[in-house]
Design a protein. Structure first.
Lengths: 484, 285
């Protein structure tokens, strides 16, 4: 796919990958072998019917492709851009065994972008069920859950603490990977489905999770508040001016438009020589943002090697092309300041890989007498996050010892009627995993509320198998709610 | 019923300090002393924290008292009037103040700090404690809420830097006066500029009296996800927006707080200059 030249794109916030034109999409779609065993579908966390949408593309039925994707995933323009396809659908692709895998992500993005440009929305007629559901958090988990519940006829309200919806999609992922107007367009489609978004609402403090089920009269609640509490290392110098978490950098830049200060009021004071600690997707985003804000040099400081770096392959490759320096096997020990309390450098030491730790990756071990300094005027921490504490402080939800919400395999929490998914349950993970959790929770909520999909075909008893009658699981005792 | 975030009353205490009463019935019911809100006056604005000065569930409103010091607060002073709608208002944020079982409390407000400490003084009074109020201003002209504050106190001490009213001195002089007359003070709550809170902490430290302050670092989200408001409390780092804003004054590293409050000085100066310039330009320029 055509990409902006690395030297040019490192100065602008336009998207790096330019997107397919129709001929590119047709050519790529033709490469799909339509394998009967469908490994790509198994590789997808939400099981999009990939061969089906690709075959619609080959038939030039882009609307058909869009309807196929949105049967399962309502946000193709987002997922096509941010999923780590190399470890999901494309990683499983048969063509990828010998050649480049079919570019499933790029095809999904192409279909999603076409839908936005054409103004298509999947808005089937949905019979209202009269049941109300609340979703806490308008990030990927919350919007995916809201979409499915809206399609099932629920009256859904999504609560968001920020002044704009989107969660980490908005504040965390920069415009050159996921433009904010793509997010707004996808959210508009959810509004068309009847989903209400109430921003400027801090659930837990304005009202509690428990009050959602009592005073506010919702029948079910899904919590997708994310794991946004940044981690620091606790080394000296972390409170110097010029040291910040990647979350702060990205929120100022992406959500608050600090890159065009003073036309927008939020300042940023980007550094000229930047060091980012960490090598995950957030670190890649932070580094590439700093480059675009005018840094003369940007370095990555990571305690393991490139092989262990958790970032998505394409982002790492783009970062390298854009001229970012990588200090692998390096760990910071002190941030150095000048007389005015500004960062002037970072003292690091070399590491080497020892035995594997609990995550299976080899543990980094300091190399003695290997200290050295890098001159920097800004240090950004992207070493991970932990659970946001607000709901834990304000509700009776059971938390694990690290502060994440405890949820069972059906994503139910310790409060009846409340489900939770995404980073607030699992710790920091990916957008698509959060969406998968949101969808799974929606399925569980529908079963709890007794909502059936309107196009269920009731199979006769023998074919349905034991434990079911007329297609209804015998464990469900609420036949009365099934409408004719 | 007023539209969301609509200003339904404005009062100017001086040419730098003004009060905004904003319609938000749900927040008025949920708010507790010590909590704050994040405000964006307009869509290009920055998010700033402001402590709740009052909240009235019957009127369905929350009240903020603002000092015009930088671009945002000066712009709000110029543009916020009756009927103006704020672009964003979210809260109540932060842990509510622990209005515990202190029987005798000194509530200290320094300058603008008088506003955020008022709800705490009132709550202590309502809980049956003996409340000694100490308020301090640079001069009599800058005073506000003297009567409102006095009404929730059993004893009331006014301090002015220039002696135009009450004791000539800083609020620390007022605290010392209270300490002289009352050997049984359980707690001191002090809110005001960081340097004032630092000196209040040093005044009470030799007496070993529990002292609580409300910290005011720069914030962006206010929900604990950016770490910009991190403060040093003892040997730990805390986020003022979710772990505070109240902290034990004797553990707070005020010098670190004050240094971090200066980190955007260059941008703040540039923004203020640009704003002042634009105010001087004739309309339509």
């Amino acid at each position: 796919m055509e990409e902006q030249d690395p030297k040019v794109r490192a100065t602008n916030f336009g998207e790096v990958a330019c997107g397919y034109a129709l001929e590119d999409a047709l050519r790529e779609a033709d490469r799909c072998l339509m394998c009967p065993d469908e490994p790509c579908i198994r590789g997808c966390p939400v099981e999009i019917d990939i061969p089906a949408f690709i075959s619609k593309i080959t038939e030039k039925s882009l609307r058909g492709a869009y309807d196929t994707i949105t049967d399962t995933n309502l946000l193709p323009a987002i997922c096509g851009r941010v999923c780590p396809q190399e470890s999901q659908c494309e990683g499983a692709c048969t063509v990828g065994d010998t050649l480049e895998p079919v570019a499933i992500g790029r095809l999904e993005r192409f279909v999603g972008d076409t839908a936005i440009a054409e103004g298509w929305a999947s808005v089937p007629y949905v019979e209202p069920s009269g049941l109300r559901a609340a979703v806490v958090g308008s990030g990927p988990a919350g919007v995916a859950c809201a979409a499915d519940l809206a399609k099932a006829g629920c009256d859904v309200t999504v609560y968001e603490a920020f002044h704009e919806p989107g969660g980490v999609l908005k504040y965390g992922i920069p415009d050159f990977r996921l433009p904010n107007d793509v997010i707004d367009a996808e959210i508009e489609k959810l509004r068309a489905l009847g989903v209400k978004f109430e921003c400027n609402t801090l659930v837990g403090r304005l009202f509690t999770v428990e009050e959602l089920l009592t005073e506010l009269d919702y029948q079910a609640v899904f919590i997708g508040t994310g794991a946004g509490a940044p981690s620091f290392m606790g080394i000296p110098g972390e409170s110097l001016a010029g040291v910040m978490s990647a979350n702060e950098l990205l929120t100022r830049c992406n959500l608050m438009h600090a890159r065009v200060f003073p036309h927008y009021d939020t300042p940023l004071q980007a550094g000229k020589q930047v060091a980012v600690i960490g090598a995950g997707n957030t670190a890649m985003d932070a580094m590439r943002v700093c480059l675009r804000l005018g840094a003369a040099s940007v370095s990555c400081v990571y305690r393991r090697t490139r092989n262990e770096a958790p970032a998505r392959a394409e982002e790492l490759h783009h970062a390298e092309d854009e001229g970012i320096d990588f200090h692998w096997l390096t760990s910071p020990i002190e941030i150095l300041g000048d007389a005015e309390n500004n960062v002037r450098g970072i003292r690091c030491q070399r590491m080497e890989l020892g035995e594997p730790d609990e995550s299976g990756r080899r543990r980094p071990v300091p190399v003695p007498d290997s200290e050295f300094e890098i001159d920097v005027d800004m240090v950004v921490y992207a070493i991970g996050t932990s659970a946001n504490p607000i709901l834990g402080q304000t509700s009776s939800l059971e938390l694990d010892k690290r502060g994440y919400i405890v949820a069972d395999e059906s994503l139910a929490t310790s409060i009846a009627g409340v489900w939770a998914g995404g980073d607030i349950v699992t710790g920091a993970a990916t957008v698509i995993e959060a969406m998968g959790a949101g969808r799974k929770a929606a399925g569980e909520i529908k079963a709890y509320l007794g909502l059936r999909d309107t196009d269920v075909v009731y199979v006769t008893e023998p074919a349905a198998g034991p434990g079911k009658r007329f297609g209804i699981d015998l464990r469900e005792h609420n036949y009365a709610r099934v409408t004719a | 019923m007023a539209a969301p975030f609509e200003i339904i009353r404005r009062e100017d205490f001086s040419d730098v300090t003004y009060l905004l009463e904003i319609s938000h019935p749900r927040m008025a019911r949920a708010a507790k002393p010590g909590q704050f809100v994040i405000v964006m006056a307009q869509d290009r604005g920055e998010r700033i924290p402001l402590t709740l000065a009052d909240f009235d569930p019957e009127r369905g409103t929350v009240t903020l008292v603002v000092q015009a010091v930088g671009k945002t607060t000066k712009e709000m002073q110029a543009s916020c009037s009756l009927g103006t709608k704020l672009h964003a208002l979210v809260g109540p944020m932060g842990k509510p103040s622990g209005i515990g079982d202190a029987r005798k409390v000194v509530c200290v407000g320094g300058g603008l700090g008088v506003a955020p400490v008022y709800p705490q003084a009132r709550a202590y009074k309502q809980s049956g404690a003996y409340v000694i109020g100490v308020i301090g201003f640079r001069s009599k002209e800058l005073m506000f809420w003297e009567d409102k504050f006095r009404a929730v106190c059993d004893e009331f001490i006014v301090c002015t830097d220039d002696g135009s009213e009450g004791i000539k001195g800083l609020v620390t002089a007022g605290i010392e006066q209270a300490l002289e007359h009352h050997p049984d003070i359980d707690e001191v709550v002090a809110i005001g500029p960081p340097i004032m809170m630092k000196f209040c902490a040093e005044t009470t430290r030799p007496h070993g009296i529990r002292t609580v302050v409300s910290l005011n670092p720069v914030m962006v989200d206010g929900t604990g996800m950016c770490g910009g408001c991190r403060v040093k409390i003892g040997d730990r780092v805390r986020f003022a927006c979710v772990d505070g804003p109240d902290f034990d004054a004797h553990e707070v590293d005020f010098d670190d707080l004050m240094a971090r409050l200066r980190r955007f000085k260059a941008s703040e100066a540039a923004a203020l200059e640009r704003w002042t310039e634009s105010c001087r330009l004739p309309a339509g320029a």
